[in-house]
Design a protein around this ligand. Structure first.
Ligand code: GCB
Length: 656
């Protein structure tokens, strides 16, 4: 977080952790399947979203529901239930202190499974995400347990369902964060007016919203089906010919029959639905499609037709050409490359102009909300941004698909934020979070970089081997994208940067350091970026800068928290960025934050973090108009985009 935080505690901190841990590189389990649920001629999808029944456990007795087997019958038979929307965080729905509940809560609902699903199919239950840990039962039978918020999980339920009859799903969700969860937190028992109480604390700066955050689906697959599709792409030097490499894995008994050679037919269609390439693989279940001429995937404002997507149709066929399964996904054809100075897309250097963001809204918290998502993308495009970082956890799959379509580049961050203490167990979970993230997002053209952490305490001796292991593991899963982390310790103390491809740093000049001093921004930013580059000889991004701003507070001359101050802070940074751009290795600027968002209660936050360029209701503050002018000016200068008609307000017709 703040520079002052580090300068105050660093001495103590280094003393305390001066002995490095011996960390061992252990395997983490790989996720399987989990293709985004899509209907096709061989698959059906049903949503279980809606109003579920909800019970909160007694904080002092979080395991009571498991011991008393609340999942064995309807929840309402064990405890009074309240209605709870899914998807949504549960915290801000009621008028009592559910907001601050620590520990387990329970959800259940009933649903019907049609008789037709009993025939020759397999049925899967899939959660887009539950924060933080989830236990799931169907009709009282345990189905799956999953740890880690913001990531999907699924299980086969074919044998647990009643067909042509009613079924019950029960979910227990635990929001407790401890030293071995990702992210870390602490649970303590402290005295209060009633005796003792459980308190959850964490150092990261956003509210620990919890619950069933994303959609719940039931979907069918044939008995033998396409379980995984992995796609990578390439472009010829002159960007006229594109290549799509696909590889498919199959689940099901037909895959094991010796005399049955499964094969895959891959068809690629353009936006108009015209077939532009096709191939049939023999036995290998993978191959290459060539597109000539190709329309590459370009970021927004880098090309007149950004976010161009093809549709890849994968057909799984048996020896006799019997059609077993069909799955379709969108594919963008592009290349990424990087060196010690630049990051390039389709051979062209990229300058990132974007935001750190949050999935956060009034009432629904971190629950998936399509209206909010579409509004946010409209604002991103209005302001001329070409990128954002999914600070500080994976965002919804729906938003990743939207970013593909709109040409918004994503620095995809795993949920490791503010790591304070390193351990072998934490390393395993951290790696698993990246494995799950990469497995989920590897096919998105919008994902251009992996962020393996935000503001870990990288001055610690243990951070050195810890981040080397995390970065190498990430590289072993995906060599096609560079790795970064947003770092906040002083560059002289950092031990993680050597393991990264691109250095991102967060700093709050004129806010956490030298509060109010607008004359102490520009040179500090220039000096720090140069120091990072000197130390590591890698491209540099400023991944966070900004100032809390109360909408409607105006003060001239600028004063902290006013709209004038935020505008001035931005402008002083712009000067620094323009100086740095001339050096060739400074490749991006990300404002903190896109919109105001909720945090834990502290005396530094007035109703939450107010560093948004937009309010929590997604309306612009004064600085948004300035930022818009800069982002479009950069777009025109670097990528030859045109200005929107309303970028400048008419003032006067000046003749001389
Ligand atoms: C940071 C953190 C971000 C905070 C921000 C702030 O450095 O990365 O999560 O919200 O500072 O506003 O303090």
């Amino acid at each position: 977080m703040a520079l002052s935080f580090f300068s105050l505690v660093t001495g103590l901190y280094v003393l305390h952790f001066s002995i490095a841990l011996i960390l061992v590189n252990k395997e983490v389990p790989s996720t399987r399947g989990m293709l985004y649920p899509r209907e096709s001629e061989t698959r059906e999808v049903r949503s279980l979203d809606g109003i579920w029944n909800f019970v909160r456990s007694d904080q002092a007795n979080p395991t009571q529901g498991v011991r008393d087997e609340w999942y064995a019958k309807e929840l309402s038979k064990s405890r009074p239930t309240i209605p709870m929307p899914v998807p949504a965080s549960y915290n801000d729905i009621t008028t009592d202190n559910l907001r601050d509940h620590v520990g387990t809560v329970w959800y259940d609902r009933k649903f019907f499974v049609p008789r037709s699903w009993a025939k020759d199919q397999r049925i899967w239950l899939r959660f887009g995400s539950v924060h933080y840990e989830a236990y799931v039962w169907i009709n009282g039978q345990k189905v799956v347990k999953h740890e880690m918020g913001h990531l999907p999980f699924e299980a086969e339920v074919t044998d647990l369902l009643n067909y042509g009859a009613e079924n019950r799903i029960t979910v227990m969700c635990d929001n407790a964060l401890i030293q071995t969860t990702v992210p870390q937190g602490r649970i303590t028992e402290v005295p209060n007016d009633g005796g003792m109480t459980i308190v959850q604390s964490y150092t990261f700066d956003f509210f620990n919203y919890a619950g069933i955050h994303r959609s719940v689906h039931l979907y069918t697959t044939p008995r033998t089906f396409i379980e995984e599709v992995e796609v990578t792409t390439n472009l010829s030097k002159d960007a006229t010919v594109g290549e799509v490499f696909y590889s498919v894995s199959v689940n099901g008994s037909a895959a094991n029959e010796a005399d049955n050679v499964l094969h895959v037919q891959a068809n690629l269609y353009d936006k108009e639905g015209k077939l532009v390439a096709n191939a049939t693989s023999d036995g290998k279940l993978g191959g290459k499609l060539q597109v000539n001429p190709v329309k590459p995937w370009w970021p927004y404002l880098m090309h007149p037709e950004p976010g161009y997507l093809y549709q890849l149709e994968i057909k799984l066929l048996a020896t006799n050409d019997e059609l077993l399964d069909v799955y379709r996904l969108k594919v963008g054809i592009r290349t990424l490359s990087w060196n010690s100075q630049q990051f390039l897309i389709n051979g062209k250097p990229v300058y990132f102009r974007g935001f750190g963001r949050h999935e956060d809204a009034d009432i629904r918290g971190k629950g998936l909300d399509n209206a909010l998502m579409v509004r946010d993308f409209n604002l991103l495009k209005w302001i001329g941004a070409n990128a954002y970082r999914t600070s500080h956890y994976p965002y919804s799959e729906e938003s990743m698909q939207f970013a593909d379509e709109h040409g918004i580049m994503i620095i995809d961050e795993c949920p490791s934020v503010d790591t304070e203490n390193y351990s072998q167990e934490l390393l395993g979970k951290h790696k698993s979070s990246l494995e799950q993230l990469i497995h989920r997002d590897r096919n998105h053209p919008s994902v251009v970089m992996w962020s393996i952490a935000n503001e870990p305490r990288t001055a610690s001796v243990s951070a050195d081997s810890y981040f080397e292991l995390v970065a190498n593991f990430t590289r072993s899963l995906d060599k096609t994208r560079p790795i970064t982390a947003a770092i906040a310790v002083p560059n002289t103390q950092d031990k993680a940067g050597r393991s990264l491809d691109i250095i991102s740093f967060n700093r709050y000049n004129a806010w956490y350091s030298n509060a109010g001093r607008l004359d102490m921004v520009t040179q500090n930013v220039i000096d720090e970026a140069i120091a990072w580059n000197k130390r590591y000889n890698k491209p540099i991004i400023m991944s966070e800068y900004g100032a809390d701003t109360l909408e409607g507070l105006h003060m001239q001359p600028a004063y902290v928290w006013s709209e004038e101050f935020q505008t001035e802070v931005f402008s002083r940074h712009f000067k620094a960025f323009d100086e740095l751009r001339k050096k060739g290795w400074f490749i991006g600027e990300f404002v903190w934050n896109f919109a105001d968002f909720k945090t834990a209660q502290t005396y530094t936050r007035v109703g939450g973090n107010k560093k948004g360029v937009f309010t929590r209701a997604r309306q612009p503050k004064a600085a948004a108009h300035l930022l818009r002018k800069r982002y479009f000016a950069l777009g025109r200068d670097l990528d030859q985009c045109s200005f929107p008609d309303d970028l400048f307000t008419y003032i006067a017709d000046l003749i001389s």
